[in-house]
Every structure is written in structure tokens, then in C-alpha cells.
Design a protein around this ligand. Structure first.
Ligand SMILES: Cc1ncc(COP(=O)(O)O)c(C=O)c1O
Length: 325
């Protein structure tokens, strides 16, 4: 990636003159079977641009209560875009299409619902993969209710690899997607908004409004191209490492993790099984050389990625067992 960045051919992207950025955008659009894509600096900006385009100010966007857009984006839907998020519960970040349908409101009865946002894979859901059929059912609910459907696809690559669902099948479901190169795909920076040409041209204007227009962005797009072309299929290794670690830990520490819930590159540990809380377990692991953060007062999230080899994963599993005392 560093070499690709150093050698990238660049131009001024605000003038649409950066050939590497254009190449990346075309490649991403093609992967999802969509007309266009726009390179943006972060997943947060990608989501917020899409939400602005999906929901008018003073309307509701429905979302799972644990979605990243609610927990980790600084309250942006309300602060930047006047969007009211209405949350719904569900196991591991997933929604029941019938419950969503029942919550869609028309203006006649109150603040109208204009959008629906999902997250694939689900971060706070422990990297859970939405079944394609459930997403398709939500697409039908959105279409029936005249809602825009947005996908926070920061880790949609992991879902694609774990479930074997082609990216273009996901691409066909959503009005907009935000996808990240900077998570499991290991690029230093960058995400993309994906959709039809008109949405992407409007997204370009919103990116400018949010201060995300870039000049010689090809330096970054070059790394994202390596991510897209070389880092997707290998995610299966991260998934195998996560699963193996979970199995080792589950066998030794009852109640710590259910390996059946490890679908992608995350393992969420129940700190109570280690007789401590989330921050306490995070600290113990840190002292043993494993960097893992508390996701909540009672849980710690382990994330497996390119720089964690199979041997490293075994070292991490042994450290987790040591943390159990
Ligand atoms: C599901 C999800 N969406 C969006 C983001 C935001 O990405 P960024 O950190 O690039 O803003 C993250 C970051 O971890 C994420 O996990």
C-alpha cells in the first residue's frame, strides 16, 4: 500500500482530475453493480452524507438502537441534518421487518418516516451478518412505505466473504451504501458512497459542505485500490482466527463467548465470566499484551485483522485464558 501510495498518479480531485481516485470510484461502483461511487475521507462522513440525502430535516430515520450512526457519530443526524432517529431493538443489531413496517408513520399521524438505516456487518452486534433474505424483506418494507434505505456497509466485505453473497446483490438492495477501506481491508484512510449517478452527484455537493472535498486524493485512493483488489478475499483468514480463538476461550471459560455467534472478525467477551467488568478485562488483556477495548461496561471486543496472524491469534487466546486467572 505504501508503494502504491508513493507511485500514485494524481491530479486535483475537486476538478475531477485525479485519475487514481476516479479509477477507485469506478472500481467500487462496478463491484456493487451500481452506476457511481464517491471517495470520502471516513465512514462517518459517508454515512452522514447518505443520511442527509435519505431523510429531509424534520423527518424520521428508523434504525437499530445499536447502530454506529447512533453510538459513534457525535449525534450528527440531529446536529448536522435535522433528522430524528427512531430506534428499534433486535438481536445482534438486526431488525424484524414486520416491526419496522409497523413503525412507519405517514405525515397524517405525526412526524413522518422517510428513511431506514441498516448496518452490515453489525459492529456492536459482534460482527453479525444480516441474512440476505431479511435485508430483502426490509427493502420491500422500505419500498412499500416510500422510504430510502441506507446501508452502513463499513464491513460489508466481511459479510460478503462470510455469507458468500456477491457484492452486487447487496448493491442492488440499497438506495445508498457507505463502505470503508479502512477497517478489515487495512487502508489507512477512506470510504466510499455508492449509489446511482444522481445520488452520487448530490453526495459530491454534500461532501463539499461537510469539508470533505480533497485535492490530490489519489495518494489515498491508491491504498484503497489495493484494499479493494487484494484484501477482500483474505478476510476469511480473520474470520477463521476469530472463530478459533472463540472456541478455545469458550471451552476454558464458561459463559465467556458463544462461538456460534462469531460470524466474522469479532469476538465479544462477557467480562462477568472473568469475574470483572469490561474496563477491568480490557486492562488485564492490555497488561498481557493484547489490545482490546471495552465495548460496554460488561463486554470487551476482540477484532481480528490483517496484522493479526494465526499465531498471534493463538497468543491472544492464551492471554485471554490467563486473564481468567
Ligand atoms: C459500522 C461502522 N460504521 C461506520 C464507522 C465509521 O467509520 P470511520 O471511523 O471511518 O468514520 C465505523 C467505524 O468503526 C463502523 O464500525
Amino acid at each position: 500500500m505504501r508503494r502504491a501510495m508513493a507511485e500514485a498518479e494524481v491530479g486535483d480531485d475537486l476538478w475531477l482530475e485525479d485519475p487514481t481516485t476516479r479509477r477507485l470510484e469506478a472500481a467500487v461502483a462496478e463491484r456493487f453493480g451500481r452506476e457511481a461511487a464517491l471517495f470520502v475521507p471516513s465512514g462517518t462522513m459517508g454515512n452522514q452524507i447518505c443520511l442527509r440525502l435519505a431523510a429531509r430535516p424534520g423527518t424520521v430515520c428508523l434504525a437499530h438502537e445499536d447502530n454506529h450512526i447512533l453510538w459513534h457519530e457525535a449525534g450528527a443526524p440531529a446536529r448536522l441534518s435535522g433528522i430524528q432517529l427512531h430506534t428499534l431493538p433486535g438481536p445482534r443489531g438486526q431488525l424484524d421487518p414486520d416491526q419496522v413496517r409497523a413503525r412507519v408513520r405517514s405525515a397524517e399521524y405525526g412526524v413522518p418516516t422517510s428513511a431506514l438505516a441498516v448496518e452490515q456487518t453489525h459492529n456492536r452486534g459482534g460482527g453479525a451478518v444480516w441474512p440476505f433474505e431479511t435485508l430483502a424483506a426490509l427493502r420491500a418494507v422500505a419500498s412499500e412505505g416510500g422510504l430510502r434505505l441506507h446501508c452502513d456497509g463499513a464491513r460489508i466485505w466481511n459479510a460478503h466473504v462470510a455469507a458468500g453473497v456477491p457484492l452486487e446483490r447487496y448493491g442492488a438492495l440499497f438506495d445508498s451504501l457507505s463502505v470503508c477501506f479502512s477497517k478489515g481491508l487495512a487502508a489507512p484512510v477512506g470510504s466510499a458512497v455508492v449509489g446511482d449517478r444522481e445520488l452520487v452527484e448530490r453526495a459530491r455537493g454534500e461532501r463539499q459542505l461537510l469539508g470533505g472535498g480533497m485535492r490530490q486524493s489519489g495518494v489515498l485512493a491508491a491504498a484503497a485500490l489495493v484494499a479493494l483488489e487484494q484484501m477482500v478475499d483474505r478476510l476469511a483468514e480473520d474470520h477463521a482466527n476469530a472463530r478459533r480463538t472463540a472456541e478455545t476461550v469458550a471451552a476454558a471459560v464458561p459463559g465467556s463467548v458463544d462461538p456460534a455467534e462469531v460470524e466474522t472478525n469479532m469476538v465479544v467477551l462477557e467480562a462477568g465470566a472473568f469475574d470483572t467488568d469490561g474496563p477491568g478485562l480490557g486492562k488485564r488483556l492490555g497488561d498481557l499484551g493484547v489490545l482490546a477495548a471495552a465495548q460496554s461496561p460488561d463486554r470487551v471486543r476482540l477484532v481480528f485483522h490483517y496484522e493479526v496472524s494465526a499465531d498471534d491469534a493463538d497468543v491472544a487466546a492464551r492471554a485471554v485464558l490467563a486473564a481468567a486467572g
